[in-house]
Design a protein around this ligand. Structure first.
Ligand SMILES: C[S@@+](CC[C@H](N)C(=O)[O-])C[C@H]1O[C@@H](n2cnc3c(N)ncnc32)[C@H](O)[C@@H]1O
Length: 262
């Protein structure tokens, strides 16, 4: 549908850029993005349709990550947020670099207790780490009330008073439990590692506002732009594989009934 490296805009508020994010990020303006949520290749030999080899030497992989992370930080607005998915053993190595250019907020975990235990000699993998950072010292936005969970003890005197003062519930814990998106799920596309929409929704709601610009430089099946569009954000998704860009275009075009809000 798209030729390699061809840029496509499906509408002015939802950009699909089909190309290498290391080059494409360089074309974006400084301080223009409110929120970045991204889930890069983890260097585990995953097959992404022949466009990217997911088995670099560890030091080359980490250098490559720092190259595009530096660009992510440049394009992020002051107070903007970055949510970075990876296996913990990769994110641990990226932290010192991120600590030197951003403000650390939280190490979070996506727990998916649905993998079948394959190895007789190791524990079964059931987590991704999600690093949450902001640019500068103060968050531009953290919409606690939009992601709040019901209080466990709503009849407690102190909780009653918080509710009376407008609190919608407690701020979620930093471990999120959602199953992996499998073929049986309605949201599943033909991408090998699609993230759950409900998980992404938490970060979009917490760290952006309607009309804000949200970026995912490794868009895959465009889960981040899809959820962000649903919540009336503007989006940029960058993806190397034209077939995944086609999936993204189709997915984004399913959201049609948003009133004008930009
Ligand atoms: C882990 S997947 C992202 C999945 C996505 N979060 C979703 O929910 O579908 C990583 C994606 O990065 C893409 N990719 C790899 N190298 C890239 C590059 N240099 N620039 C842009 N995309 C790249 C791969 O093709 C793959 O689709």
């Amino acid at each position: 549908m798209f030729k390699t490296k061809e840029k496509q805009e499906i509408e002015s508020n939802q950009k699909i850029i089909c190309g290498d994010c290391v080059n494409e990020l360089k074309k974006l303006k400084n301080n223009s993005i409110a929120l970045i949520v991204t889930d890069p290749p983890f260097n585990i030999g995953k097959k992404y349709g022949g466009y990217y080899k997911d088995n670099k030497k560890k030091e080359h992989y980490l250098e490559w990550c720092k190259e595009w992370l530096k660009e992510c930080v440049r394009v992020l607005k002051e107070g903007g947020a970055l949510y970075l998915f990876n296996y913990p053993e990769n994110n641990a190595y990226l932290m010192p670099f991120l600590d030197s250019i951003l403000t650390f907020k939280r190490w979070m975990t996506w727990h998916y207790p649905c993998n079948t235990g394959m190895s007789p000699t190791n524990f079964t993998r059931s987590q991704h780490s999600i690093l949450f950072y902001i640019k500068g010292k103060k968050s531009m936005v953290f919409n606690k009330n939009l992601i709040a969970e019901p209080y466990r003890n709503p009849t407690d005197k102190r909780i009653k008073s918080l509710i009376a003062n407008g609190s919608k519930g407690k701020t979620p814990y930093d471990v999120f439990q959602f199953n992996i998106v499998k073929n049986v799920n309605k949201e599943k596309t033909n991408h090998p590692c699609q993230l759950p929409e409900k998980l992404i929704e938490i970060f979009i709601k917490a760290s952006s506002r309607e009309g804000d610009l949200v970026l995912d430089p490794f868009a895959g099946s465009f889960t981040v732009p899809f959820v962000a569009k649903k919540h009336k954000r503007r989006t940029i998704g960058i993806e190397l594989n034209p077939e995944f860009c086609r999936i993204g275009k189709e997915r984004l075009s399913k959201i049609t009934n948003l009133e004008s809000f930009y």
